[in-house]
Write a protein that binds this ligand. Structure first.
Ligand SMILES: [Zn+2]
Length: 439
């Protein structure tokens, strides 16, 4: 299909598509930006499919006088040393202006928030075509509730139970992150009815770790999230329990272990939590993409480091979801999808990477193991201009465009039929997540 014939087809279908295409186009200067070569009928269809968003950070409503919500992330990334931000998420990015215009029109945003009240977060989902959003939050709230929102709490605090001073000393980002993990672990201890760490690993597992996970499950959690890639590398080795017990007994409540001394205990605890998630019917979500902050360890987030976890026979019941699809290791990610317990979503990629670029590896995934690939936004409150609403809108638009471009390529090359393209679109946007979580 040449660009010309693409343009002709696009305008031929205009009446039915007008709303969807206008919503998908930046209107600055009233000159539509040329669309990547997506089949317009397929794109229009994709825009009508109500999605399950596999990963996002919606912000809950607070009443007047109440402090602003901070529960949208265990490790908010707003106090890090400056980095070179990707172009698409810099202040003034055209897509952010499109988002604001599409969401609020001429009305000031605070007015819309006030008018919608407690229904505001669900209203945002309606605007971005999301039926159900997995809310990766420390806790839910009255405005962030099932069935529109499903809970994904955090488990990192459970695998760093000791004095984290040596780990925090590595750089300023780790220092602020470990302070936050220490806070969350204190909350988990309190909720388990304890003021201090138990003296033995056995007691820590049975009186803190398992009860915390069970409490999350009772609270409606469908998965546990690890942001571990912000705290260490993802090479969680298999460690004998006796080794972990000795490290725990040596340091718990006493002194701070060095990084190398600590690691086997973290590794053991990660696999323990993952096994418990499998037992409890929760998936494990792992941040797996080069992340925020100038000190982020890009090599340490290579999903291949998780291969021995995926291959652990004790963990085959646990479903591991590589959040953000492993970028830049997108081909490694494709190979891992053949593991029976490996899944991915393309959140955050859909915000930071242009749809035509992302469509390249999305197509590879869809040609390989399509039932493991899920739509997601990573809607996140980064700034006043780019709240979770705007970033959610941007990522939802770009993610749908990327999906349309990838499927169009497969159609054009005779790999799939038009009806299979529709089926794959529905799988990625909702059916795969529905099957994974039993929604
Ligand atoms: Zn996230």
């Amino acid at each position: 299909m040449t660009p010309k014939s693409y343009q002709e087809r696009r305008w031929a279908g205009l009446p039915a598509l007008l709303g969807a295409i206008l919503a998908a186009l930046p209107m600055a200067g009233c000159a539509p930006r040329p669309l990547a070569p997506a089949d317009p009928d397929l794109l229009a269809e994709i825009q009508t499919i109500r999605a399950i968003d596999n990963h996002a950070h919606p912000v809950r409503m607070v009443s007047a006088g109440e402090p602003a919500d901070r529960g949208f992330d265990a490790l908010p990334v707003d106090n890090l040393e400056p980095q070179s931000d990707p172009v698409n998420v810099r202040p003034g990015a055209p897509a952010a202006l499109d988002a604001a215009r599409a969401l609020y029109g001429a009305k000031p945003k605070p007015q819309t928030i006030q008018e919608k009240g407690e229904q505001y977060p669900a209203w945002v989902l309606d605007q971005i075509g999301v039926e159900t959003m997995l809310a990766n939050r420390v806790e839910m709230g009255s405005s962030i509730q099932p069935p529109r929102f499903r809970w994904v709490p955090y488990a990192d605090a459970l695998i760093f139970p000791l004095d984290n001073a040596a780990l925090a000393a590595r750089n300023s980002d780790r220092k602020s992150f470990f302070a936050l993990e220490d806070q969350l672990r204190r909350r988990y201890l309190e909720a388990a009815g304890m003021e201090a760490l138990p003296a033995t690993l056995a007691d820590y597992l049975s009186r803190v770790v398992t009860p915390t996970l069970e409490r999350h499950r009772r609270g409606g959690a469908v998965a546990e999230k690890f942001e571990a890639a912000y705290l260490r590398s993802l090479d969680f080795d298999a460690v004998e329990r006796g080794v972990a017990e000795r490290i725990y007994a040596q340091f718990a409540g006493k002194s701070a272990p060095g990084e190398a001394e600590y690691k086997p205990l973290e590794d053991f605890l990660f696999r323990y939590v993952a096994a418990e998630c499998g037992r409890l019917g929760m998936a494990v979500h792992l941040h797996s993409m080069a992340g925020a902050g100038s000190y982020f360890d890009v090599r340490g987030v290579n999903p291949l480091l998780l291969e021995s976890v995926l291959d652990d026979p004790q963990l085959r019941r646990t479903k591991f979801v590589m959040i953000h699809g492993g970028w830049p290791y997108v081909r490694e990610m494709a190979a891992l999808l053949t593991k029976p317990n490996a899944y991915l979503d393309f959140s955050q990629q859909s915000l930071a990477i242009e749809p035509a670029t992302m469509a390249g590896w999305l197509r590879e995934w869809l040609e390989f193991v399509p039932e493991k690939v899920m739509f997601a936004t990573d809607a996140y409150p980064s700034s006043n201009e780019m709240g979770w609403e705007e970033s959610g809108w941007m990522a939802a638009r770009a993610g749908r465009q990327a999906l349309a471009i990838a499927l169009t390529g497969m159609l054009r090359d005779g790999e799939i039929s038009r009806s299979r393209a529709s089926q794959l679109a529905r799988m990625v946007l909702r059916e795969n997540a529905k099957a994974l979580y039993g929604l």
